[in-house]
Design a protein. Structure first.
Length: 281
């Protein structure tokens, strides 16, 4: 399954035989609210199941960061409750920039589930295309997915620091947070020394649709990525960095590492250095 699916292709898949229809996960979420569940109740892709970022796609906030990886047993329970079946397709969507849907894509891939895609353009593209919406409460048949963590590479703090020195570590946050000009959420401002700023907003166009593989490849080349060079990504809490990993795969650079704890984990330790300014440091 390709990492992206169009609204037209999703609509066709949902109109197909019941046993072949994908599980659709509505993962709408906003840092400042309102809760994504409210948007889901107001209207969603027919048959979609709501999956909350904080409760399903991440573990409890704490020493591991604001959105650490969930416990595999908890993730398996929640994915089964959403109807995810072994080997069956899953499609995730949000209503913003695709980053939360990319987190769902990455997490399922990490869990060993290959058949997963992000809806290109998200919920806005779905409604703009004239596709039906529903307010029905969805009660899927329980799935049977077995979570086998480790299918996508995860970086710890030391590995992220080493990659910033010896490969290419991309910081997905907006430039003012990268430079240390502002830090509205985490304990300290700045970035991991050696990391290169690659704001996640650059992966999609003004309509929220993902840029072409050629455009993404050119973007990463401009950021200094060389063929075969080890590459990884981090952000504030490991969510928007997932969109960097997805964009890299679309651009022909699969297997990028994700520093799941990201800056929310790094900045908790005062012994870890923080660079500021526009240069990697």
């Amino acid at each position: 399954m390709r990492p992206l699916i169009s609204t037209t292709d999703l609509a066709a898949a949902l109109a197909g035989p019941a046993g072949d229809r994908p599980v659709v996960l509505d993962v709408r979420w906003r840092l400042a609210g309102p809760p994504g569940a409210e948007s889901y109740r107001a209207g969603h892709v027919p048959g979609a199941v709501f999956a909350d970022l904080d409760r399903v796609l991440a573990g409890e906030s704490g020493e591991g960061g604001r959105h650490p990886l969930p416990d595999p047993a908890d993730l398996q329970r929640d994915l089964r409750a959403a109807g995810v079946r072994a080997g069956a397709p899953v499609v995730a969507y949000d209503d913003a920039d695709g980053s939360v849907a990319a987190r769902a894509w990455w997490l399922l891939r990490w869990a060993g589930h290959e058949e997963v895609a992000v809806l290109d353009g998200g919920y806005a593209a779905w409604t703009a295309g004239g596709h039906p919406v529903s307010t029905d409460e969805v009660h899927p048949e329980p799935g049977d997915i077995t979570v086998r963590p480790g299918a996508m590479p995860v970086l710890d703090a030391d590995e992220a620091a080493a990659l910033a020195r010896d490969g290419l570590l991309l910081d997905a946050r907006a430039n003012p947070r990268y430079t240390g000009e502002t830090e509205p959420v985490d304990p300290r401002a700045g970035h991991i020394p050696g990391a290169v700023n690659a704001p996640f907003a650059g992966h999609t166009d003004d309509d929220g649709r993902w840029r072409t593989p050629e455009q993404l490849a050119a973007r990463f080349a401009d950021l200094g990525l060389r063929p075969g060079e080890p590459v990884g990504a981090y952000c504030g809490s490991g969510v928007t960095a997932s969109s960097v990993v997805l964009a890299l795969e679309l651009a022909g650079h699969p297997g990028a590492g994700l520093y799941a704890g990201s800056w929310s984990h790094w900045s908790r330790n005062p012994d870890r250095p923080a660079a500021t300014g526009t240069l990697p440091g």
